[in-house]
Ligand binder design. Sequence first.
Ligand SMILES: Cc1cc2nc3c(=O)[nH]c(=O)nc-3n(C[C@H](O)[C@H](O)[C@H](O)COP(=O)(O)O)c2cc1C
Length: 340
Amino acid sequence: MNKLFSHINIKNLELKNRIVMAPMCMVMADEKGYAKDWHEIHYATRAIGGTGLIILEATAVESRGRIKDGDLGIWDNSHIEGLSKIVNSSKALGAKVGIQLAHAGRKCTAKSETIIAPSPIAFDDSYSTPEEMTKDDIKAVINSFKEGARRANEAGFDAIEIHGAHGYLINEFLSPLTNKRRDEYGGSLENRTKFLIEIIKEVKTVWPENKPIILRVSGEEYAESGNHPEDLVNIINLVKNEGIDIINVSSGGVVPADIDIYPGYQVTFAETIKKGTELPVITGGLITEPEMAEEILKNNRADFIFLGRELLRNPYWPLEAAKKLNQDIEWPYPYRRAKN
Ligand SMILES: Cc1cc2nc3c(=O)[nH]c(=O)nc-3n(C[C@H](O)[C@H](O)[C@H](O)COP(=O)(O)O)c2cc1C
């Protein structure tokens, strides 16, 4: 039995395989963050192709939380309708659908927005210097994650993913490289984790108990005094009892760094986090071969495999992978004659 195509239940979420579409910004929303036909077609195509869990791109919980103009938004009730169309079509085609709730923090490049971060340090010369967040800003952002989660539930999403990776706002609080605060949100690892804990606590007041919450982290920050996989284990162990069900392990993006990337370059980070937290993990990064995915899963190094660019190139990767691994899966009815 191939593990890539084995079913798994996480709370009420039943997945038909271990293939996860990584969140990928499409920069195709309008200037107010509304979803377009593009999004519906783009995600539905991956649903037809057999992806088990689609995680929608970084979707901003505040307009100043957008990475770029063109990002999807979930900061207003009027965003729900467009998002629910994406959910309904992809679900009808057999996929489960999650959404990444995001705030860009100091990496917001959307025009006419005030940029905020835990500390007033720019990412690099090409970015503006953010304003240091006041306690009121902190409260407002925590509330906007909660409101985002409520809207995500109303839109019908099966899961939410809290974006705690890639040097965006939550990661900026978690990392000693970007968080130089002297109040209770900065300093020790416990203090740096407080913002994330408060977000999860608030989200849990509106997000149904039977639907999973995923947390995406940068498992390695590629700077000596930044966070490393063992630090992430400690951070996750502080938050997991608040109600995190799955960890999606990525890396980098916190400070400019040269990264040696190769197929599976993030797998050992995921492995360390899985062992240290005993939570299911999603791993990926330049993975294109089903045999490699199978090795990672069978050796219990991770529980799910995310595919990003490979699913952009080939939305039918899961169908192709099943064929390569000799796995009999249910094909979309109109495609069945192509199965053999
Ligand atoms: C076009 C593009 C957009 C991306 N947008 C996001 C995003 O919105 N949120 C996120 O966490 N990662 C984002 N990523 C990173 C991917 O989720 C993934 O981690 C990365 O592409 C590595 O996986 P891959 O080698 O399979 O592509 C993006 C990557 C690409 C290529």
